[in-house]
Design a protein around this ligand. Sequence first.
Ligand code: ZN
Length: 137
Amino acid sequence: MSEQRIIIRKQSAPTRCEICHQTDQFDPETYRCRRCAHIPLPLYNSKAMTRSSSYVVVASVLTFLAIFVGPCLGPLGATLGLVGAVLGKLELDMIKGDAYLVSKQKIISWARFAFYGGIVAVVFDMLVFVLILLRND
Ligand SMILES: [Zn+2]
């Protein structure tokens, strides 16, 4: 048996859809094809789900801390809330552009909690901080 070798001379980003092999609906920046975006791909879906879930957990924990522990931490608590809100917003934007994640209500709810809760926490934590400063004067 002769030894067969494959030599990769050049690698480049995909320019066409892996499913329909067309270029017209394919976005080379996101690697997504608008024609095939609705076709369920188990591997892609579970990856998107895992990434999205872990992202939302981090955002929600930060917002949770900012709400319940943040008032004792002052500006640090507000910073936690701000990061939680930004991560929540990024996740919401990502969900909006994803044909699969858009149907995942649980992830959307937690992302909303992280975003809106984070904003409320920033205002609340800073308010508590300022009130404590004023009382100490
Ligand atoms: Zn396609």
